[in-house]
Write a protein that binds this ligand. Structure first.
Ligand code: NAD
Length: 356
């Protein structure tokens, strides 16, 4: 949900007229009355679309409506949709284009949603596994803790590690960024050395795609760790690129029956060769979860974190009188703008469109 009653109240206090689509908050636990009590007006989808600035989560209505729009628009995976959006005349801002600076952290919805999905991925793994995560000493015997392997230790991966540790699992992890090793260890997990490591100071904070030879080496070093794991939580990705293939079908076949893989990289193709995006499959008794909506399964907190990111962005695009007036000199505002004056303006999206 793009806005919570708390933040609707804050925007209303600041003098904005807030219109919320009727029943849009129900799935996140917010009914119409809570928005009305916060000072917002609830209306039809059309009324909520006829505003100066629309705050959405995903999938914008392709018809003309708001002057400006903010959401997770998938501009790099769906550049053609940005062309259609531009034609409506809307000034569209995409969270996917948020710069990686300290100042931009308050508007970084990718990170807030990655936190939620990393947490939920571990819970999915724990629920699907045929074993306990923690060590237990009981009258029926001593139970050894589960072995969890986390691949990719960015925002989602670190939250997955922290959650698995809280549940008492023995955790190991791998990431290509050298800086991740210390973060993994500070959470009480073991970092797996593959001999492939990148200095992120030279790669703009993001990992870079590894070469085919490097990927082979990583797969080879990781294989015995995968095969010994009870649960693998795979989160490795490179923005705008297909997910790195880290888990081969052969490794899955060597895992024990009852083990589980949660592939958070499913929407960009999956870290596991066998992942089916959006589905859960079983292969040789190993369950492979490729769900792409894990953040929405913690809808309340996912919404409140998302709405805080959206409200922080609103501050950047309204003037002292509360009127929509983006400051194009602001590096965050400029970087997140995808369409303006009827055109796709984001260089990364334009590059993907080529001559189209
Ligand atoms: P991401 O979602 O882009 O990718 C997930 C992880 O996959 C990354 O850690 C990446 O290094 C890893 N990865 C990519 N290719 C891999 C491969 N072949 N094998 C193994 N791992 C691979 O990453 P993210 O969550 O956005 O975080 C990346 C870094 O950026 C982190 O250090 C994070 O703290 C930092 N960050 C900074 C800001 C900011 O400064 N505003 C915002 C968000 C994240």
């Amino acid at each position: 949900m793009g806005i919570t009653p708390d933040l609707a109240a804050r925007l209303a206090r600041e003098g904005h007229e807030v219109v919320v689509e009727r029943e849009a908050g129900l799935a996140a636990g917010f009914d119409d009355r809570s928005y009305q009590e916060a000072g917002a007006r609830t209306g039809t989808a059309k009324e909520a679309w006829s505003v100066d600035l629309a705050l959405i989560v995903e999938d914008p209505d392709p018809s003309p409506g708001p002057a400006a729009l903010l959401g997770l628009l998938h501009p790099f995976d769906r550049p053609e949709a940005m062309v259609r959006l531009a034609r409506t005349g809307v000034t569209a801002f995409a969270f996917e284009a948020v710069p990686r600076t300290t100042r931009a952290q308050t508007v970084d919805a990718l990170s807030s949603q990655a936190t939620v999905s990393g947490y939920r991925a571990t819970l999915e793994a724990a629920a699907a596994l045929d074993r306990f995560f923690p060590m237990l000493t009981t009258a029926a015997g001593t139970i050894r803790p589960a072995k969890v392997l986390v691949l990719g230790a960015g925002v989602a991966g670190l939250q997955a590690i922290a959650t698995a540790r809280r549940l008492g699992a023995v955790v190991s992890a791998f990431d290509v960024r050298a800086a991740a090793a210390e973060q993994v260890q500070s959470l009480g997990a073991t970092f797996i050395e593959t001999g492939i490591s990148q200095d992120e100071a030279q790669t703009g904070g993001y990992a870079q795609e590894v070469s085919a030879d490097e990927e082979l080496k990583i797969v080879e070093v990781l294989a015995p760790h995968i095969e010994a794991a009870d649960a693998v939580i795979a989160t490795a990705s490179v923005p705008g690129r297909p997910a790195p293939r880290l888990v081969s079908a052969e490794s899955v076949e060597r895992m024990r029956r009852g083990a589980v893989i949660v592939d958070l990289a499913a929407s960009s193709g999956g870290n596991c060769e066998l992942t089916r995006p959006g589905s859960t499959i079983e292969h040789g008794g190993v369950r492979i979860i490729g769900d792409t909506d894990l953040a929405s399964r913690v809808a309340g907190h996912a919404s409140s974190m998302y709405a805080r990111n959206a409200a922080a962005f609103v501050e950047l695009v309204v003037d002292e009188d509360g009127k929509l007036a983006p400051d194009w000199e602001d590096d965050i505002v400029a970087a997140m703008c995808v369409t303006r004056d009827g055109k796709v303006v984001h260089p990364g999206v334009r590059e993907r469109l080529g001559d189209r």
